[in-house]
Design a protein. Structure first.
Lengths: 292, 365
């Protein structure tokens, strides 16, 4: 008896230690990411005076939603700008996402299912983009956009985001299609479906989590992008949120609550989308479809 | 139901011929097994019949219609896949209904047929479940149900039992056989398991290297294999193939083993050997046709016991002779120890002789 208990404690010890180290690490990471977020949220409901106090106040004595009201009020210039930036970001991100999905779905399906000349090379070419940091393409793309007459249009951003988002979308989706057994389509075709029907009725519903995940990825990428938007757009009414907030509030540096409220509003869609994304990634895709 | 005719069917991938000049006729209501080792072209042949891959050359007829250029959905076939290929997002009911919906049947007729198929296969209580909530045997049954729900002209089955455990496989084997008898269905059934082919099929098409080796009833294939491949592939344990040298001694045709012993052939077997062009003869004998003796006798040939495998009701002995392994079965009360000297007596009427060069069976006429 005593022997066994000694063995188990000895065996158990290192495992427990690692588990605790892991937990401590996670808690530290949580602090690292959560504290700035909490600070942002708390500052956004302070008055301008409370935000500048020294020593800093953690919890505001008089919480106020004044900053949010100001941002969302279309009757003052701050609200007008913010809502316009928000709308611009929404438009650019949604268009990017829609186009990425529309192109990536058939492209990924083709890469996954068909054998055509140059398939491997093309797929490699698609991934090649991801081997370079995005900034490298800043100047070339700017020149291209100028030649195309797209500088100072949202089109320039949508096109640019697609060059980054599309390869990733194709690559992600191909993985999803690879996991859907080809026999399902063969079965559908024998059961009376055309090739296209087999795709729409059987493959599409199965790859829906993949399509949603891909869409969310594209959206977040476009939503957060700063440097291209900063370079390609000059007119105030066209700016997207990341650039807009930065420009707008650098003229009003003291309004920390306003800046934080805007930041919070900007991160809200991303946080919501990311929570959704997690759910889809965890979901087992074709469990029970075939016996492996 | 309909008959299926394959005429000079060829499927190549680049220089590689997966299916090479295969011709065979499956009669209406017949159960035909395509059997062979992996990579022999049996599944490719089935996929060609299904229309899932295009034919390189040759002709496929289902019923009285050449279907080479007909889409799978219009061939009026049903297929059961090795991995079942059930639609994972659909309930059992919707899996069964899918082929009927695709044919735009009225809703009440779909419901009637689905429930009828579920009743036949005893899975009415499973209709609302998703495939992942079913056991392997139940999934297999749903796959079968999806095939039979719409009275196709031909059933194609691609190793439908290979994912089941041994016990369930035996059970489903008899169920599929029963299903064939009840429906008088035309079935083309692919398997690598020669036992499945022998036990279920009316006819079996033995394939190897893309070529059709032999197409006949299991009994005929078993009794009269056309070449050494078929001889060794069908039957378990495999037929022993012993390379020997033919010669004539005192006007009698004898076979000589590597160890120097001789076997005088019966008149019929002697004629077979005389007609062949080569002296290199391969003797084929199934385990049940070889008699084992512990002492020398005039017709017996010496061999050395190698391994002894008791299975309960029969003991299999592997012996070494003339550089080949010979399988023999003996009653369980016969005690043999490895490396023991034994004598084997071959049944001349039931043994097979093959041309050592062409590997073809020797015949009298």
């Amino acid at each position: 008896m005593s022997m066994t208990s000694i063995v188990t404690t000895r065996r158990g010890k290192p495992i427990d230690a690692w588990r605790w180290i892991g937990r401590i690490f996670l808690v530290m990471m949580l602090f690292y990411t959560a504290v700035p977020m909490a600070w942002m949220l708390l500052t956004s409901i302070k008055s301008g005076f409370a935000a500048m106090q020294l020593p800093p106040q953690w919890l505001p004595n008089e919480p106020t939603l004044a900053s949010y009201k100001k941002l969302l009020d279309p009757n003052n210039s701050v609200g007008q700008d913010f809502l316009r930036f928000f709308w611009n970001s929404l438009f650019v991100s949604t268009m990017t996402t829609a186009l990425a999905v529309i192109v990536a779905v058939p492209a990924a399906y083709a890469f996954s299912r068909f054998d055509f000349p140059g398939r491997k090379f093309l797929f490699f070419a698609v991934l090649l983009r991801n081997m370079f940091p995005a900034v490298i393409f800043l100047v070339p793309l700017f020149i291209l956009m100028r030649l195309l007459g797209l500088v100072n249009t949202h089109g320039s951003l949508i096109l640019t985001y697609l060059t980054f988002g599309l390869p990733l979308a194709i690559w992600l989706l191909k993985g999803f299609y690879d996991n859907i057994p080809y026999q399902l389509e063969q079965a559908a075709r024998i059961d009376g479906a055309t090739r296209f029907q087999a795709f729409v009725l059987i493959v599409m519903p199965l790859s829906a989590p993949g399509i949603v995940a891909t869409a969310i990825y594209s959206f977040i990428g476009a939503w957060n992008e700063y440097i291209f938007a900063y370079t390609f757009l000059n007119k105030n009414e066209q700016l997207t949120l990341p650039v807009g907030i930065q420009r707008f509030f650098s003229e009003n540096t003291t309004d920390f609550p306003g800046l934080m409220a805007a930041s919070f509003m900007m991160s809200l869609p991303v946080v919501v989308l990311f929570l959704l994304l997690q759910r889809y990634f965890v979901r087992a895709l074709t469990e029970g479809a075939v016996k492996h | 139901m309909a008959h299926v005719v394959l005429k000079s069917l060829v499927k190549t991938y680049g220089a590689f011929a997966a299916v090479n000049n295969v011709s065979l006729t499956v009669e209406d209501g017949e159960f035909v097994a395509l059997v062979g080792p992996s990579g022999c072209g049996k599944t490719t042949t089935l996929n060609l019949v299904a229309g899932l891959i295009p034919v390189t050359s040759g002709e496929i007829t289902i019923g009285d219609r050449v279907v080479n250029d007909v889409d799978p959905k219009d061939r009026n076939i049903a297929m059961v896949f090795q991995n079942y290929a059930l639609y994972p997002q659909k309930s059992v009911y919707k899996n069964l209904a899918f082929p009927l919906q695709m044919r735009r049947l009225p809703r009440d007729e779909i419901d009637r047929k689905v429930r009828e198929a579920a009743r036949v296969l005893d899975m009415t209580h499973l209709l609302e479940r998703k495939p992942r909530e079913l056991s392997g045997g139940q999934q297999q049954r749903v796959a079968l149900g999806r095939a039979l729900v719409r009275d196709p002209a031909v059933f194609l089955m691609d190793e439908p039992l290979s994912n089941l455990d041994a016990k369930l496989r035996v059970q489903m084997r008899s169920e599929i056989k029963r299903f064939h008898q009840d429906l008088k269905a035309t079935i083309i059934y692919v398997t690598h398991d020669q036992l499945e082919a022998v036990t279920m099929a009316d006819k079996m098409a033995v394939m190897n290297g893309g070529y059709l080796q032999q197409y006949d009833s299991p009994a005929q294939v078993f009794a009269h294999p056309v070449n050494m491949f078929v001889a060794s592939f069908i039957g378990s344990p495999a037929m022993s193939l012993i390379p020997l040298e033919a010669s004539t001694v005192n006007g009698q045709t004898v076979l000589t083993g590597a160890e120097g012993w001789t076997m005088t052939l019966s008149p019929l077997n002697a004629r077979k050997v005389q007609r062949s062009t080569t002296r290199k003869i391969v003797l084929g004998a199934r385990h049940s046709t070889i008699k084992l003796a512990k002492d020398a006798s005039p017709n017996a040939i010496p061999a050395k016991a190698y391994t002894v495998e008791p299975t309960g009701d029969v003991t299999f002995v592997q012996a070494l002779m003339s550089g080949a392994v010979v399988n023999i079965s003996v009653p369980p009360n016969v005690a043999i120890t490895p490396d023991e000297q034994i004598w084997l007596e071959f049944d001349q009427e039931r043994m097979h002789l093959f041309d050592g060069a062409t590997e073809l069976a020797l015949k009298v006429d």
